[in-house]
Design a protein around this ligand. Structure first.
Ligand SMILES: Nc1ncnc2c1ncn2[C@@H]1O[C@H](COP(=O)(O)OP(=O)(O)OP(=O)(O)O)[C@@H](O)[C@H]1O
Length: 235
């Protein structure tokens, strides 16, 4: 099965045009760029939360969007796991109930939830309500919840930006250890997160993808930024 997520689109706003072509492969794909470059718009278009003026999106052989053929699959039919900057867990439900609720809504099976909770090391949290969790724990639950319905791809928009460095590291290590067989797309403005996670990076500026590449590009960008900042790496 072709597990690629293929995206191309153009979207006009009064002050900026956002466009790009992306081929997201199995593993970690990072969209990196400064504030206002169009990352969130790209993310929302892939999820189906926003429509481009022109575009084509295909994942695992299924066409999500083809504006020339008037094909538009609504978000819930795309079977994508989505994690936002803020966790969006339902406050009145426990961790386990949150995962069950989302899985049911996505048409998935809830029988294996306990297994899933164990697999992802969430047993100690499963009966807690979101307000009893730290920011990092909430994001771990949000990631497991997004994966529970066996998505075709996992999409995350600035998922670590509200976490302090220690929590960010812990959750990035958790993610890195999961060994994904699907494309994981992470939107961030943070070169360090990119360096830690990316197998492939797509750099955006002023509404456009300006370059893309594998680990060489990721490491090159990071060392250029270190030179610019004058910082001495301590690793
Ligand atoms: N609905 C809209 N109407 C008009 N302009 C918009 C709209 N949505 C986004 N834009 C513009 O598109 C540009 C890109 O916005 P977007 O949120 O995609 O950027 P971003 O890279 O995710 O930024 P940030 O990291 O700050 O969230 C911005 O200049 C924004 O003003």
């Amino acid at each position: 099965m072709d597990a690629k997520l293929i995206v191309s689109f153009r979207k006009e706003f009064p002050r900026i045009r956002i466009e790009g072509e992306f081929e997201f492969e199995r593993g970690f794909n990072v969209i990196l760029g400064p504030s206002g470059c169009g990352k969130t718009t790209t993310f929302r278009i892939i999820c189906g939360l926003e429509n481009p003026d022109e575009g084509f999106i295909r994942c695992c052989e299924e066409v999500f969007l083809d504006t020339r053929k008037d094909i538009y699959l609504p978000p819930q039919k795309r079977r994508l796991g989505v994690v936002f900057q803020e966790d969006n867990l339902l406050p009145h439900l426990s961790v386990k109930e949150n995962i069950e609720f989302a899985t049911r809504k996505a048409g998935g099976k809830v029988e294996n939830i306990d297994e899933l909770i164990e697999h992802f090391g969430l047993e100690a949290l499963k009966d807690k309500k979101p307000k009893e969790l730290s920011g990092g724990e909430k994001q771990r639950v949000a990631i497991v919840r997004a994966l529970a319905s066996n998505p075709r791809a996992l999409l995350m928009d600035e998922p670590f930006s509200s976490l302090d460095f220690r929590r960010k590291m812990s959750i990035m290590e958790f993610l890195k250890g999961l060994k994904f067989n699907i494309p994981v797309v992470i939107v961030t403005h943070d070169p360090f997160e990119t360096l830690f996670l990316a197998d492939k990076v797509f750099i955006m500026e002023k509404g456009r993808k300006v370059c893309e590449g594998g680990r060489e590009l990721v490491e090159g960008v990071f060392s250029e930024l270190l030179k610019l900042s004058g910082a001495q790496p301590s690793f």
